[in-house]
Design a protein around this ligand. Structure first.
Ligand code: HEM
Length: 489
């Protein structure tokens, strides 16, 4: 009798559950996709970040560019269609990140990257001026001074052997990021000098990328039981104490730096909001962590990837070199101005093509906070989890033609590019919650590439076809190709 009653209760509960979610099912019935297993959906297939991009690639091949699946009990919309992407990125009801990104709050604190509306809108409005045109122009002396130092480091690597250039670029972009946003040169900090800070950032990122895929890692007790807490905790604490020290320095007016005069300079702005009471101390730290990590990590990887692709495709490297040679006839260090960056037309194509083929952030996530009507008339219900697959959209043969998978900067020549959907190429995303530092990123990378491409010829024995990509929140190469540097005169 008791058993029958229990079964009846379960049936009633299950029926109520399905009925309460009928809007979801109606919506998801409109799109194809793999259902996976009851209760877990495709969660078992998404456990390893190494397989994620190829998994999405196979789904897109089988089900098309807008597909639906289940991540545990959560319905998940996977999108690589430019129009649906535009609908989502421009909807005021899709600015919040998916539940999958909850772990970011714990790892780096609640900053711009993971904040939810309406707090995100307020913070974004407050911090936008830190990336205005005038502020960016004031960074050029730092970009130039630091690249001059980078040239000396690269000189040491130009010894006829193939070498990994990424660590050197990571130190370089971290140094630029801390000077331009926190107003402090960190080169004398022990954790910078001995590379432990960069190692902590890398470890934290690995953890976050794993934890995003296994929601039980959101619980500290489970991380502890599975032996994942100790290292993760040490890394996030070290990063926070590094940033806290920089904020303390600023608060004790200890900074003697060329950028601090500008009221819109990031840390000045954040501290001003602290004084006015619109930020508390934790907000200042959290936003500083996100800005510094956001600036350094993506830029170093994109620089390394661009030089790697130029090494693999010497014909395009020579074209880029010719353009830079015409602008800067003398080898060695030279000053690159904002106007110079605007003259680098071919370098612009190269950089854009690199970010197309190797999208620095391969996947971004959102969730619908209200019902959203897409431009195809379908209503996406509140609560839908959304994953935008930038990596595969950037490589779609339907959009980019039969050579979509190969490196050719001509993809961005006006006659090839202007007819494309405006959301077919979104390395910084677009719409309401795009990258706050996208102009900063492009300008700093152009200054760096101009000096490096002018002074060195890059080559590699690694074959482009053997590159393998991993979604590690930012993109990661399974094997890092080593590059050979030869000095140019
Ligand atoms: C190659 C360079 C860069 C690339 C490709 C890049 C890409 C991106 C992408 C795709 C997002 C959106 C993430 C999402 O929607 O989940 C983003 C957000 C963000 N980026 Fe960048 N980024 C770059 C450089 C920078 C720089 C230089 C800074 C700071 C100086 C920065 C700071 C941020 C911040 C704070 C956010 C969160 C914005 C928000 O949600 O309001 N990024 N970036």
């Amino acid at each position: 009798m008791n058993l029958i009653l229990a079964i009846l209760c379960l049936v009633v509960l299950a029926t109520y559950y399905l009925w309460s979610r009928r809007d979801f099912y109606k919506f998801f019935a409109k799109f194809p996709g793999p259902l996976g297993y009851p209760l877990i959906g495709i969660a078992h297939k998404m456990r390893h970040k190494e397989d994620l991009l190829s998994l999405f690639g196979s789904y897109i091949k089988d089900y098309g560019t807008t597909l639906v699946t289940w991540l545990g009990p959560l319905p998940l919309l996977i999108v690589s269609d430019p129009q649906v992407t535009q609908d989502i990125l421009n909807s005021p009801h899709c600015v919040n990140k998916s539940l999958m990104y909850k772990i970011f709050d714990d790892a780096g604190g609640k900053g711009l990257l993971s904040l939810e509306d309406p707090v995100w809108t307020e913070h974004r409005k407050m911090l936008n001026p830190a990336f205005g045109h005038k502020v960016l122009l004031s960074f050029f002396p730092i970009f130039n001074d630091e690249t001059a130092i980078l040239l000396k480091e690269f000189d040491k690597m130009a010894d006829g052997r193939e070498t990994d250039i990424l660590p050197c670029l990571q130190h370089f972009t971290l140094s630029i990021a801390t000077q331009t946003t926190m107003g402090t040169c960190v080169k004398e900090e022990p954790s910078f000098k001995n590379s432990s800070l960069i190692a902590h950032v890398e470890w934290l990122q690995e953890c976050v990328a794993d934890f995003v895929l296994s929601p039980w890692f959101n619980f500290r007790i489970i991380r502890q039981l599975l032996g994942r807490e100790e290292h993760y905790f040490r890394s996030k604490t070290q990063i926070r104490s590094f940033i806290r020290k920089l904020v303390d320095k600023k608060l004790s007016r200890d900074i003697q730096d060329k950028t601090t005069g500008n009221k819109n300079f990031f840390l000045n702005l954040a501290v001003e909001h602290l004084k006015r009471g619109s930020f508390d101390r934790e907000n200042v730290e959290n936003e500083s962590i996100i800005i510094v990590l956001g600036a350094f990590e993506t830029s170093s990887k994109t620089l390394a990837n661009t030089l790697m692709l130029l090494a693999m495709f010497p014909e395009y490297q020579e074209k880029a070199f010719d353009e830079i040679l015409a602008l800067f006839p003398n080898a060695g260090d030279f000053s690159v101005s904002y106007e110079d960056t605007q003259q680098m037309v071919y370098m612009d194509l190269v950089l854009r093509e690199c970010m197309r083929l190797i999208a620095p952030v391969p996947v971004v996530v959102r969730q619908a906070s209200k019902d959203v009507r897409l431009s195809n008339g379908v209503c996406m219900p509140k609560g839908t989890q959304i994953l935008i697959d930038i990596f595969h959209m950037h490589r779609s043969k339907d959009i980019w033609g039969p050579e979509a998978d190969s490196f050719n900067p001509d993809h961005f020549l006006p006659h090839n590019f202007q007819e494309k959907h405006p959301y077919a190429y979104i390395p910084f995303t677009k719409g309401l919650r795009n990258c706050i530092g996208w102009r900063y990123g492009i300008l700093s990378m152009k200054v760096t590439l101009a000096k490096l491409v002018r002074n060195y010829k890059f080559s590699t024995s690694f074959n482009y076809k053997h590159l393998q990509f991993i979604d590690n929140i930012t993109i990661k190469l399974a094997t890092t190709p080593l590059l050979k540097l030869e000095r140019r005169i």
